[in-house]
Design a protein around this ligand. Structure first.
Ligand code: PRX
Length: 667
């Protein structure tokens, strides 16, 4: 059903939130950081935007190239080619380069499984040399199964080291991978296999999730009843749950790898050869296969990881002083870029965790941080809000003083959640990097540089080096200070998407048609007097109330700043008098009861914080909000519920369908 709500436009989005708290980089952190002051950031940022080719050539020089580039950039809008003429290999830069530098014994991956057999955590530490051997062996397995350079390999695996092995093996032989998050169903596998024309799937019998195996192989089997494109399936044994193996099609990983040679020279890839496809659902329509290519993605993710997380490499003499942990799944772009590809070239141990944050108990993350002495921790606002709801007693049980830097990604972080993260997890000593980026951008676009940037709760602050970001109207003119508008990137950057697999027109329509000449991200934002960017929400979610255009982020943040509120989502709904009203869906902190009196208190609180225009007309309490499997609130579903409309939209990315049933039941 069509959305009958009047459409707002980001150009006149009004900002109602006022956040004044400021946190300069802790001096001790700044003193040891790669970028040590705001002056240094500003000088380097200006140089890098004025002359991106020089800046990116300098970053690229640290990596290994079989052949150097002829030109750094060829730009024919909307098509960018970076490091034109160069030959390289990303797996080589993740592994061989470290081994050749005498770091073969240093830790590449620290892995922790979900089960705790006999009360002991299941842990593996994998060195660069070991990982190189495993990757080379599996690369030979893929070749034996007929995979050639350019063939798309589908990967549907749990968060085990073999997932990293599989993706790096693909990169090694030049077979683009298409990784599907292990929480997706058979139909999602079928759609992606068909779209990517992939003839091979790598999977596992199962993956552990809250004490039970997720039946991955069974899901693949079901998907393969709906498509006959797939000829080979490789199955890793992980949970030993019963599976059916189809003769001739299905092969056990361990049997294939047993006799494979650990010698597999890395393919010399052209800079612009396809590295991977990753499907992103967007809010409507069929998933888009976002394409990333080899050299630009490699240089950009390695550079951003090193600077944003201020990583310090291992040397031939010693392990890295850092242990870095990103809690995302590798099935998302965050995992691609900031668990594997951006991390391994930086020579820092990257921690992978298979399970859930509350298994066996709600202190699992803090226990992991304590035992592995994690220094840099990267997670999502949805997780932070869950930790707040669970209460600080789970954190107090552990010594998490090894932490030096905290990161967040995926959604706007409400200032109160930011403050909680800063105080309770960061002990007021860790810079927070609120990184704004997308599957399409490949790497961080707007982010604090932790030794240089003064952070403000709720703002992702300033553009990364080489990034020319602006807030504009649909003519491309910059908006005045603090006025909401369309967030655009005005110049090409190395890890930008190269297209949507098999759909040129959709690529142009989605990203290059809203403001002429600029990449549009689909987010609304404002830029403040200090040059800090504030994401105000998706442009599609703008609420028009009495002629005012409101972004979702600010009203949600005001709701979350009420002490009883854990999480909130707001949407517009048809209102008899105003045309559109504001409906808010609210989860409460542990132990708080949702009374009529609390409804009034919360409404008044928002009016007090933001002014009467933003006062929600409806406050509805719920146990949980509908979210995508990557943790984003699905406001479009809430719009239908608030309007009392039947939901006819695609719900395949919804994490827990029962939440909707409950919300509708109340309606
Ligand atoms: O709306 C922005 C939001 O997530 C979108 C990108 O989603 P995805 O491609 O799934 O990638 C997520 C991981 C990079 C953006 O258009 N978003 C992401 N990070 C932030 C954010 N919104 C506000 N602040 C952020 N730090």
């Amino acid at each position: 059903m069509a959305d009958t709500q009047p459409k707002g436009d980001a150009e006149s989005m009004e900002s109602v939130l006022h956040e004044e708290r400021k946190f300069p980089p802790p001096p001790a952190f700044a003193a040891q950081a790669h970028v040590k002051s705001l002056d240094e950031y500003e000088t380097l940022h200006k140089e890098s935007v004025d002359n991106p080719e020089k800046f990116w050539a300098e970053q690229a020089a640290d990596l290994h190239w079989f052949q150097k580039w002829d030109r750094v950039l060829e730009w024919d809008l909307p098509d960018a080619k970076w490091f034109v003429g160069a030959k390289t290999n990303l797996a080589y830069n993740c592994l061989d380069r470290q081994v050749e530098a005498g770091l073969g014994d240093r830790t590449a991956i620290i892995w922790e499984g979900e089960p705790t057999p006999g009360g002991q955590p299941e842990v593996r530490r994998i060195s660069y040399k070991q990982l190189l051997d495993d990757v080379s062996r599996f690369a030979n397995v893929l070749k034996d199964l007929g995979v050639k350079k350019g063939d798309v390999v589908t990967i549907y695996m749990p968060m085990v080291p073999e997932l990293a092995v599989a993706m790096l093996a693909c990169a090694r032989i030049g077979a683009p991978h298409s990784i599907i998050f292990g929480g997706f169903s058979a139909s999602a596998i079928r759609d992606r296999v068909e779209d990517g024309q992939s003839k091979i799937i790598i999977t596992a019998d199962g993956g552990w999730r809250r004490g039970k195996p997720v039946p991955l192989k069974e899901n693949v089997d079901e998907a393969l009843t709906m498509t006959d494109r797939v000829e080979k399936v490789v199955v890793l044994e992980r949970c030993q749950n019963p599976v059916t193996m189809k003769e001739g099609r299905d092969h056990w990983w361990h049997e294939c790898a047993a006799d494979a040679s650990a010698d597999c020279p890395a393919e010399h890839m052209d800079a612009e050869d396809l590295l991977f496809i990753l499907y992103t659902s967007g809010s409507t329509g069929k998933p888009k296969g976002i394409m990333h290519t080899t050299a630009g993605y490699m240089v950009y993710t390695a550079t951003t990881a090193g600077i944003t997380f201020d990583l310090k490499p291992a040397t031939a003499q010693a392990e890295s002083p850092d242990v870095y942990w990103c809690t995302a799944d590798i099935g998302w772009i965050t995992g691609h870029s900031y668990i594997i590809y951006g991390l391994l070239p930086n020579r820092v141990p990257t921690l992978m965790y298979e399970g859930a944050p509350d298994t066996p108990d709600k202190d699992r993350f803090w226990d992991i941080i304590e035992r592995h002495k994690v220094t840099k921790f990267y997670t999502a606002p949805t997780a932070i809000r869950a930790f707040m709801k669970w209460g600080s007693e789970h954190i107090d049980k552990h010594d998490i003083s090894s932490l030096q830097l905290l990161g967040t990604v995926g959604e706007p972080i409400n200032p109160e959640a930011w403050m909680w993260y800063h105080q309770t997890i960061g002990n007021e000593k860790c810079p927070i990097v609120d990184t704004w980026w997308q599957t399409e951008t490949g790497g961080h676009m707007l982010t604090p540089v932790p030794g240089a940037t003064t952070t403000v709760p709720g703002s992702c602050t300033r553009p990364f080096f080489g990034i020319d970001a602006a807030v504009v109207n649909s003519e491309g003119d910059e908006m005045p200070t603090n006025a909401g508008g369309i967030l655009v990137i005005r110049k090409p950057w190395p890890s930008m998407l190269r297209g949507i697999y098999g759909n040129r027109q959709r690529f142009i329509d989605t990203y290059w048609s809203k403001v002429e000449g600029y990449y549009t991200a689909g987010d609304g934002a404002r830029k403040d007097q200090d040059g800090n960017f504030w994401i105000m929400g998706r442009i599609d979610d703008v609420i028009v109330v009495a002629g005012h255009n409101l972004g979702t982020m600010e009203v949600e943040s005001a709701l979350v700043s009420h002490p009883a509120v854990a999480e909130a989502a707001v949407v517009g709904f048809p209102h008899e008098i105003k045309g559109t009203g504001i409906a808010s869906f609210v989860t409460l902190r542990g132990g708080v009861e949702g009374t009529d009196q609390l409804v009034e208190e919360i409404r008044d609180h928002v009016a007090h914080e933001l002014g009467p225009i933003s006062k929600p007309d409806l406050v509805r309490f719920t146990d949980a909000l509908p979210k995508t499997r990557s943790g984003k609130i699905m406001r479009r579903l809430l719009r239908d519920i608030a309007a009392g409309r039947e939901i006819t939209q695609d719900m395949t990315t919804l994490e827990d369908v029962s939440i909707l049933a409950k919300l509708q039941g109340q309606g």
